[in-house]
Design a binder for this molecule. Structure first.
Ligand code: MSP
Length: 634
């Protein structure tokens, strides 16, 4: 058998100087989605992340906390690991630069480059930004000697240092980029870097003596290796480069280093030149992504505008948070974060579009075909149109994902979701049912189930927690062969499958509840008054079955129900249209206060009130499973 093709993707390794925020979570979520996609495409994918633990910044933070650096970073590193679990990240390795397996590779590489004469001793006399741990020439600084990256004051530093002969490799780098135009992406970043290198490269100061928290230079222990030189090596130290290097042999060169735009220069200029000097092949591609902004500012700890991803996941679920991050950030562009935008994505894309497609499919298969997906009958133009869209969306999604255009891939997948919702409206299965067009009805319901299956496969890399719930509702949990990328072929859904209706995947969130936490509701001074059992007995609570339901014209919140209550039929207007689609409750057994005085609402007499429960902006109607309509609720 042929060996599987490999795919190696990395995120930057994070500074464990502060807990992670939504912005820092982005690269890991994106790389995870990509690795999952590649695994589904049959690749042997390896996904690395980790922490970058040395340097002055960490040493200072530890001192301020009165701790040794390692004791300071340990709990923060744990927090990163925990976050990755919560966000359903499936990384193959997590490297810490304080581990011996990393240190020995960094030392060996430094030694090798020194031995061949590309690292030499000199004196650094110039500008340095301590928070960024970056050296700058005067030309690179902003007015007032401010750091061009973080805007804080840079300092003049003078100390004995080792230098890496970057200048020697400038032309080789330019030649390489010319021959490999896809190496830096997006192209705008490549152009920026080419312009930068064309001006010539200074040698890079790669050791420090003014602090000790780092990997000692192997042949001169009063120096520690510059933290960036140390950190970049993680991409090969994690693979055991130069030691037990089975993984290195298998996965290097990396297919993608995914990095934020703030650290492009380190990854596209310094790292490749380090590799060239060491005679190691260069990675295939370095992709620079934008930032999550809050207003006009980058979300970052130093700007004090961070959002805690743990809280978001708890509130909205990891799948929804992942979807939002990946959908919101276009390739190479910045994106805006706001909780309103997140809730909008959940309500529109996930609840209204995708979740509702599943609810509509299962509700109608339940009502019209007793839960069974039947063999499709004759096809109409609508059926062909849906199938054609599916056939076009799959390869286009693959093409976009192969270029790591995650947001565009989601947009493409939603083209099919939207087409399917429109298809249902066009085919009106309820009318086919009424007209007893059983063959056509079977086709429509089959096509709905099949579309949900195809969409769910394609969104698995983005929302890995979701599919299990969908397969259950579609009744194909025990058929893993229908969950694979290979099975993205129309018509594999087995006719005869019994579906299992379930909870809505993404209950709608009332945007009005977003700011509620800022104004905590005052506790009521008194609770509701006590009632006697006789008071309760005055209420006629009854089970009713939904026969029909439609929107009330020009009333966003109202649905008009026709209900079966024993032998009687009732019309009831209910204010739940923001939480349910009209066809979603068809055939379900709900609870009605039957003896409420009739009221005229929008010209219709509404006789009774459906019971529901509401919390956290969600609303669910009360219902029973198999008790038949007319039964009393006691
Ligand atoms: N330790 C270095 C990387 C060394 S890699 C050899 C570092 N760490 S970091 O913790 O500051 O940033 C990690 C990643 O998070 C970077 O790619 C950075 O661009 C990204 N982000 C930090 N804030 C972000 C946003 N607000 N939005 C998107 N990405 C963000 O840099």
């Amino acid at each position: 058998m042929d060996e599987k093709k490999t795919f190696y993707i990395t995120t930057p390794i994070y500074y464990p100087s502060a807990t992670p925020h939504v912005g820092t979570a982005y690269p890991t979520v994106a790389a995870d989605a990509m690795a999952r996609y590649k695994r589904m495409r049959g690749y042997d994918a390896y996904f690395l992340t980790g922490t970058d633990e040395h340097g002055l910044k960490i040493q200072r933070r530890a001192q301020e906390a009165g701790l040794e650096p390692l004791a300071f970073v340990d709990p923060i590193v744990e927090n990163f690991r925990k976050l990755w679990q919560v966000l359903l990240i499936d990384n193959d390795d997590f490297i810490r630069t304080t581990e011996d397996r990393h240190k020995k590779v960094a030392e060996a590489l430094f030694q090798k480059i020194y031995d061949q004469g590309d690292i030499y001793k000199g004196e650094y006399n110039g500008w340095y930004c301590p928070p960024c741990e970056t050296f700058f020439t005067e030309r690179q600084l902003q007015e007032g000697h401010l750091c061009p990256d973080c805007g804080r004051p840079a300092q003049i530093t003078r100390e004995e240092s080792y230098f890496f002969k970057m200048s020697k490799y400038a032309q080789a780098w330019l030649d390489f980029i010319e021959e490999n135009p896809g190496f830096i992406q997006p192209q705008s970043r490549r152009n920026e870097m080419v312009n930068f290198v064309r001006q010539g490269l200074d040698d890079l100061c790669v050791s420090r003596t003014s602090f000790s928290w780092g990997i000692p230079v192997p042949f001169d222990s009063k120096h520690v290796i510059y933290v960036w030189f140390d950190a970049l090596i993680n991409y090969i130290s994690a693979l055991g480069f130069g030691f037990e290097d089975e993984l290195y042999q298998k996965y290097w060169p990396a297919d993608i280093h995914l990095v934020g735009k703030d650290i492009i220069r380190f990854h596209t200029v310094i790292w490749p030149i380090m590799l060239m000097a060491a005679g190691i092949p260069l990675p295939q591609k370095i992709i620079g992504h934008g930032w999550f902004l809050m207003g006009d500012d980058k979300m970052s700890k130093s700007k004090g505008n961070v959002v805690d991803p743990f809280i978001l996941c708890q509130k909205y679920g990891a799948d929804a948070v992942r979807y939002f991050l990946l959908r919101e950030m276009g390739f190479g562009l910045d994106a805006n974060y706001s909780e309103e935008a997140l809730v909008n994505r959940i309500n529109i894309d996930l609840a209204n579009d995708y979740g509702n497609l599943l609810s509509r499919a299962t509700a109608m298969i339940n009502k019209f075909q007793g839960d069974i997906v039947l063999i499709p009958g004759e096809s109409t133009d609508f059926d062909n149109g849906l199938r054609e869209t599916a056939a076009a969306v799959v390869p286009e999604t693959e093409h976009l994902l192969d270029n790591m255009e995650l947001s565009a891939a989601l947009t493409e997948i939603w083209r099919l979701v939207n087409k399917a919702n429109k298809y249902i409206d066009d085919c009106a299965p309820w009318a086919l049912n009424k007209a007893k067009e059983t063959g056509k009805l079977a086709s429509v319901l089959y096509n709905m189930a099949e579309t949900v299956r195809l969409v769910t496969i394609m969104i698995t890399p983005f929302m890995p927690g979701l599919p299990r719930r969908v397969w259950q509702q579609l009744g194909i949990s025990d058929k893993p062969e229908l969950h694979t990328w290979e099975s993205l072929k129309w018509g594999l859904f087995p006719a005869g499958t019994k579906i299992e209706r379930g909870e809505p995947l993404f209950p709608r969130i009332d945007p009005a509840t977003l700011n509620e936490s800022e104004e905590p509701a005052r506790e009521k001074e008194e609770g509701p008054p006590s009632i006697t059992i006789d008071d309760f007995a005055k209420m006629d609570l009854r089970i009713v079955k939904v026969l029909a339901c439609e929107k009330v014209e020009k009333a966003d919140k109202l649905l008009k129900f026709r209900l079966q209550m024993g032998d009687e039929e009732r019309t009831v207007i209910s204010g739940i249209a923001e939480h349910y689609q009209p066809d979603q409750l068809l055939g379900r057994n709900l609870v009605l206060i039957a003896n409420l005085e009739p009221r005229k609402i929008r010209g219709t007499i509404s006789h009774g009130m459906l019971l529901s429960a509401a919390a956290d902006g969600r609303l669910e109607v009360l219902e029973v499973d198999s008790i038949s309509s007319g039964a009393a609720v006691k």
